[in-house]
Design a protein around this ligand. Sequence first.
Ligand code: F6R
Length: 260
Amino acid sequence: MEVVILPDHAAIAAVAADAIEALVRLKPNAVLGLATGSSPLGVYDDLADRHHAVGLSFAGVHGFALDEYVGLPVGHKESYREVIRREFTDRIDIHPDNVHSPDGAAEDIPAACAAFEAAIRVVGGVDLQLLGVGTDGHIGFNEPGSSLASRTRIKSLTDQTRKDNARFFDGVDEVPHHVVTQGLGTIMDARHVVLIATGAQKATAVHDFVEGPVAALCAASILQMHPHATVLIDEAAASGLKLADYYRHTYANKPPWQGI
Ligand code: F6R
């Protein structure tokens, strides 16, 4: 796991966007895993800017959302399908048919989850998965106690996550209790995972998943087992890390050709 401590959200977004641009230029039919929430928004802005300014094309790219609420009406502005469309895919030239989300409105949720997993397999798997992390260490909506081998399925949100996400709704009571989410096994199949975390409210989760034990109690800790996981954080999110100076030194002395 590579930990990169950067000055602010803009610098983090630029490093993540550089990695995505390099991937898409090398592999025009790349498969991106798309997170929602606040953490990836700067990356989407940066990529949309590159699309308009230098013609970075996503015409052959596929995108797979990480998760979706269960119980929101189709088209609800906070459904993750809508958020991904508004914040990213409507701003670039990706084909709408190439953007996939787990279906939180399906009558048969297990069948819809299996179809979502199959759709990822059909395009050859995810090349780069963007992630945020919850204050309780979740990635996707794999809450504490999630199976480290889980696949896309329905989960219940913790009270903490519902409170954290209440800012997107008219109060916590409006936040659904259930979600469908890529499993930890699904996320671990991505060839490169790039996790973004900023702010002091993420410092404990960052310490726990980077330097704590691998344990279902902190789902993101499974990334310690990933062969190519990059953690992009600001100083506040890094404030609980024991080895912060080592991570700074390593990144500062990295050969420029290496990328993340
Ligand atoms: C979103 C997702 C979640 C968020 C996490 C952090 O698709 O899967 O794991 O990444 O809750 O959210 P923010 O970035 O809003 O702090």
